[in-house]
Every structure is written in structure tokens, then in C-alpha cells.
Design a protein. Structure first.
Length: 258
């Protein structure tokens, strides 16, 4: 009898382990498919995610290879590229109506700000997101009601650190991209109320902060570039004037000798 119970116990443990592993693998796939399916619908650009690893036991997770493309008409390869990001959530909240994410940390993302007379790529993506979620456009208000209610989120801490901003401005810099430092972006208490926050609303808040910070950095970069060009022109004019003065003096000295 004891042997039978022991065998049953071992079998149950094995079943639980298999179930946990299966659920964990399925959850990773669900997250990846969700990002690659709903991301393009929200932003109207290509969104690719290479890998997701999430432990339902510890609540820790890792994503790698997230790439957000550019809207049509922009020439740079992509708008945002994230090599790796980590997160920590409350495992028990996965079964509730609101998933509680303790922290999200995005390390050294590559962000491209491509601008011109028609606007910039980040503001265009944000406009697309506002249109789809009802934040802008006349036809957008009806769309949220057509969507099924999903899980709400709470993000206690969201940090983007070590971001590398590449600025490409039409008509300036010869159209080439130059790196510009971007300050850390730190958001806290997102969706902390009883209603939480949707994935679309979270995306909108984060993208708004990125676009605002990138636009400011790009403006400063353009101003510094203009100042550098002005200073270079002044130096060139001064050098030319000095050279002309020396030539004139030399000619004058030549006539004096004669």
C-alpha cells in the first residue's frame, strides 16, 4: 500500500512539473504571439520579438530582440530596437483580472528619431496608436468598444536606461544619422488604481515619454549643429580676412622696398 501511495505521489509530482513546464512554455509563446499580433495593429508598423522567457514560479522574465519598425515613407531601418529587457511580476496576479508587474527595465535600447518637414517617425507611430485606441481621429472612438476587454495591468516601476538615440534630420547632417545621448526615462505607479491600465495605454504612455525626450534631444542636436556651422563660417571668414590682410601687407612692403 505504501509503495502504491509512493508511486502515486511521484506520479503527481511529475505531472505537476510537466504542467508547470508546459504552461511556462505556452505562456512564453502567448506573450510573443501577442506582441507580434497586436503590436502592428496598435502602431501600424512591423513589430518583431525574438524571444520571451517567463517563469510563473518566480515571476521573473526576460525578453530579447524587440524591434519596432518605421511608418511608411521613413528611410531608417527601424524606430526602436531593444536588445534585452527584464521584468518582475507577482505570479499570483496572473490568475486575477489585473496583472501586477513590479518592475520593467529596458537596457540600452537603440532609438531612431527621423525627422523632416512632414514630422518625425516617433510622433507618427504615436498618432497611429492614438487613432486606434480612440485618442485621436474621428473614426477612432468607435474602435475600443469593438475590442474584447483584456487583462488590466499595474506597473509599479518602468525604467529605460542607457538609451542610444540616433538623429536623422532631412536637410541637415546630409541625411546621415548621428548618435545623441538620451536621459533615462523613469515611470512609476502606472495603473495603480483599481481599474489598472491596458497594454495599449501603457504603450501610449511609454511611447509619449520616448517621443518627447527624443524630440528635445534632436532639437538640441540640430541647434548645436547649426551653432557649429555658424562658428565654422565665422572662423573661415576670419581666416580669409587675416590671409587677405597679410597679402595686402606683403604687397605694401614690397612696394616700400622698391
Amino acid at each position: 500500500m505504501k509503495k502504491v501511495l509512493l508511486r502515486i505521489g511521484i506520479a503527481l509530482v511529475i505531472i505537476v512539473i510537466i504542467a508547470v513546464v508546459t504552461i511556462g512554455l505556452s505562456l512564453d509563446g502567448i506573450v510573443k504571439r501577442g506582441v507580434e499580433t497586436f503590436g502592428p495593429k496598435l502602431t501600424k508598423v512591423d513589430v518583431k520579438l525574438d524571444k520571451v522567457s517567463l517563469s510563473i514560479l518566480s515571476g521573473s522574465g526576460q525578453i530579447s530582440g524587440l524591434v519596432v519598425g518605421n511608418p511608411e515613407g521613413f528611410k531608417t531601418p527601424h524606430a526602436i530596437s531593444v536588445g534585452s529587457a527584464s521584468l518582475s511580476l507577482s505570479p499570483g496576479s496572473l490568475l486575477s483580472d489585473k496583472i501586477v508587474i513590479k518592475s520593467i527595465k529596458v537596457d540600452a535600447p537603440e532609438i531612431t528619431f527621423e525627422g523632416g518637414f512632414g514630422g518625425n517617425n516617433l510622433s507618427k507611430i504615436l498618432a497611429n496608436l492614438n487613432e486606434v485606441t480612440g485618442g485621436g481621429g474621428t473614426n477612432a472612438a468607435a474602435k475600443p468598444s469593438e475590442q474584447k476587454p483584456g487583462k488590466k495591468l499595474q506597473v509599479d516601476d518602468f525604467l529605460i536606461t542607457g538609451a542610444k538615440l540616433h538623429v536623422s534630420l532631412s536637410g541637415l547632417m546630409g541625411g546621415s544619422s548621428v548618435p545623441v545621448p538620451l536621459p533615462d526615462i523613469h515611470l512609476t505607479g502606472l495603473g495603480s488604481g483599481p481599474d489598472g491600465i491596458t497594454a495599449a495605454e501603457l504603450t501610449k504612455k511609454v511611447l509619449t515619454e520616448i517621443e518627447t525626450s527624443a524630440a528635445k534631444a534632436a532639437t538640441e542636436a540640430a541647434a548645436n549643429l547649426g551653432k557649429g556651422a555658424t562658428d565654422a563660417a565665422k572662423d573661415a571668414t576670419k581666416a580669409a580676412g587675416d590671409a587677405a590682410s597679410k597679402v595686402g601687407k606683403g604687397i605694401g612692403d614690397l612696394f616700400k622696398k622698391k
